[in-house]
Ligand binder design. Sequence first.
Ligand SMILES: [Mg+2]
Length: 139
Amino acid sequence: MDIYLDIDGTMIHEDLAHVGDKGAAGLADFIIALRPHTTYWLTTHSMDGNPERARSIMKNYLPPELHPDIDRIIPTTWNILKTEGIDWSRDFIWFDNDILPEEWGQFEQGSENQLVIEVNLAANPNQLIELTQEVILHL
Ligand SMILES: [Mg+2]
């Protein structure tokens, strides 16, 4: 299964006033659980295909022993819609906190094994823990 990852609001809390500048609960285990899967960045930080900014951001939130897990994540290129960066010839899950109506619309033509999962850390700070246990470890 291919995995596509947003960063802000998906793996890192965005609402600094409420929770501070920190990674989501369970972030390290989430990253470790992705090891069997081909994983891509789908974030504005690397929309030009350069992974360096995404890498340096994420490494702030993970211990050094997990930095190789960040370095293996493959950048995508896209312009307007993140769905441009997805390989629609393959099964995938895309994790994101902010999915545009036009992006949701692309899934009407996708298969049942092409999924987007909306993350809302503000509403559920433990969502990455749940997704690791209930989704990723069952792929
Ligand atoms: Mg985001």
